[in-house]
Write a protein that binds this ligand. Structure first.
Ligand SMILES: Cc1cc2nc3c(=O)[nH]c(=O)nc-3n(C[C@H](O)[C@H](O)[C@H](O)COP(=O)(O)O)c2cc1C
Length: 216
């Protein structure tokens, strides 16, 4: 006989987190709507600027894509060091298990910064097959505001090379499809698209004001 299905509780969530090597603090123990869920994707472009903004916010949990897990250390950002400032959740499950934290109602805002062209495309077309794209989709379904910093928004992008590279800077030309996807993303519910670090900072400042919070 198939046993009845029930929602996972705090203990199951803790065991899942331990199995995935994630932070184990149950979201149910956080005050309602008290935290930022900050998703990081595998973009070197604006990675340092995005992480610097995340570090200035109160109560931030990081949700990494599998590509972010690989790209962060290439830019000198070690996951162990991030854990001293943030709770960190990694993309280790096919069903994006850490997304369950959104349902505990602990998060008031989801941020994706920096967002790769890949993640922008998936979000714009409604795909959810990574931790950041699942966070984006589920936040939209729960009415939680999403702020997405789409980095490849200009016809010519000068981007920093990883530390392992001999070149310091690269020039990239995002394709029309990348630029079109950024425009498509603007039409998605509960989504605000930002095109520069300054725009992201201003959007976060506005969000803090609404929430009666301050930069740290
Ligand atoms: C060092 C490095 C830097 C990268 N920088 C970018 C970038 O700036 N923008 C981008 O769209 N993709 C970039 N990529 C490629 C993405 O990581 C790749 O498309 C990945 O599949 C994205 O997965 P995600 O969107 O789930 O994070 C970079 C890859 C590497 C190895």
């Amino acid at each position: 006989m198939i046993p009845p299905v029930r929602q996972p509780g705090a203990e199951e969530a803790r065991r899942w987190a331990a199995a995935l090597g994630d932070d184990q603090a149950p979201a149910t123990e956080d005050a309602p709507r008290s935290r930022f869920a900050w998703c990081v994707t595998g973009s070197g472009h604006y990675l340092e600027e995005s992480m610097a903004l995340a570090a200035r916010l109160p109560d931030v949990d990081l949700f990494l894509s599998a590509a972010a897990d690989e790209v962060l250390p290439l830019y000198g950002l070690r996951i162990e060091d991030l854990r001293t400032r943030f709770r960190v959740f990694r993309d280790k499950s096919a069903s994006a298990v850490p997304v369950g934290r959104l349902y505990a109602e602990a998060y008031h805002t989801v941020v994706i910064a920096p967002a790769t062209s890949n993640t922008v495309a998936k979000c714009a077309f409604g795909f959810s097959d990574s931790l950041p794209t699942n966070m984006f989709a589920q936040a939209g379904k729960l009415g939680i505001p999403n702020l997405v910093f789409a980095c490849d928004t200009e016809p010519v992008v000068i981007t920093k090379a990883p530390r392992s590279s001999d070149e310091e800077w690269f020039t990239l030309r995002p394709r029309n499809i990348d630029l079109d996807n950024v425009e498509r993303l603007r039409a998605i519910d509960f989504c605000t698209v930002l095109r520069s670090a300054a725009e992201l900072e201003a959007a976060l400042a506005a969000r803090l004001k609404v929430l009666r919070l301050a930069w740290v």
